[in-house]
Ligand binder design. Structure first.
Ligand code: SF4
Length: 209
């Protein structure tokens, strides 16, 4: 084993106090054994996978590592390289471009009080389009038009060029997505964070922050 490619279509979450992995390629939700879990944790975001494997082999032994890799490979969580992973995902899509595209982000608002220099929203005068809040009814109509396998693709990001926590109904947007089985994520500026917002969104089902 010199290199491995961890599937980017894995979504870890807690179920009954245990970490499980939702696999976007197979649609399965699996619990991993301790070595498998270590492999996934170690490879997550790793650039030098060969070095990671050497470290894992030293910690767990070659045999246990090989068994863990085989278990993950068999469940399409781990691949020899990115091309193999892409092939598996293409097969899921039947090798064709879906008639309805998958969606990464929905911008709830383009209002933002911050002025980050790398962001078109943050540079005065850069973003020319009108500033406002998305209407919940429009959002719900949009959810009704998503690809039926959107939930398996990846969490829906409820943000783009704006601070979503400024939207007075952000928790209702999260709830509307959750009601359709769609996991959501929010990227936000910590200065807008509060326990009230956090509790409201978590109760309504946001998967990540
Ligand atoms: S949208 Fe985000 S990145 Fe852009 S200015 Fe606001 S806080 Fe900064």
């Amino acid at each position: 084993m010199t290199s491995l490619y961890l599937s980017p279509y894995l979504r870890p979450f807690r179920r009954d106090g245990r970490v499980v992995y939702d696999n976007g390629i197979t649609g399965d939700v699996d619990e991993l054994d301790p070595v498998e879990h270590e492999i996934v944790r170690a490879l997550w975001g790793a650039r030098d996978t060969a070095a990671v494997l050497v470290r894992l082999a030293a910690a767990h032994g070659e045999e246990a590592l090989a068994a863990g890799v085989a278990g993950l490979t068999g469940r399409m969580m781990l691949f020899g390289d990115r091309a193999q992973c892409d092939l598996a995902f293409d097969a899921l899509l039947d090798g064709s471009t879906p008639p309805v595209p998958f969606l990464d982000q929905i911008e709830l608002t383009n209002r933002c009080p911050f002025r980050c220099g790398f962001c078109p929203r943050g540079i005065p005068g850069k973003l020319q389009r009108p500033v406002g809040f998305m209407d919940l009814a429009l959002f719900e109509r949009l959810l009704g038009q998503l690809h039926p396998m959107q939930a398996r693709y990846r969490p829906l990001e409820l943000h783009h060029l704006g601070e979503s926590l400024l939207h007075p109904e952000v928790d209702r947007f999260v709830a509307a997505a959750s009601a359709r089985g769609l996991p959501t994520e929010l990227s936000l500026n910590p200065r807008c964070w509060s326990r009230t917002w956090a509790g409201g969104c978590s109760r309504r089902g946001s998967a990540g922050w």
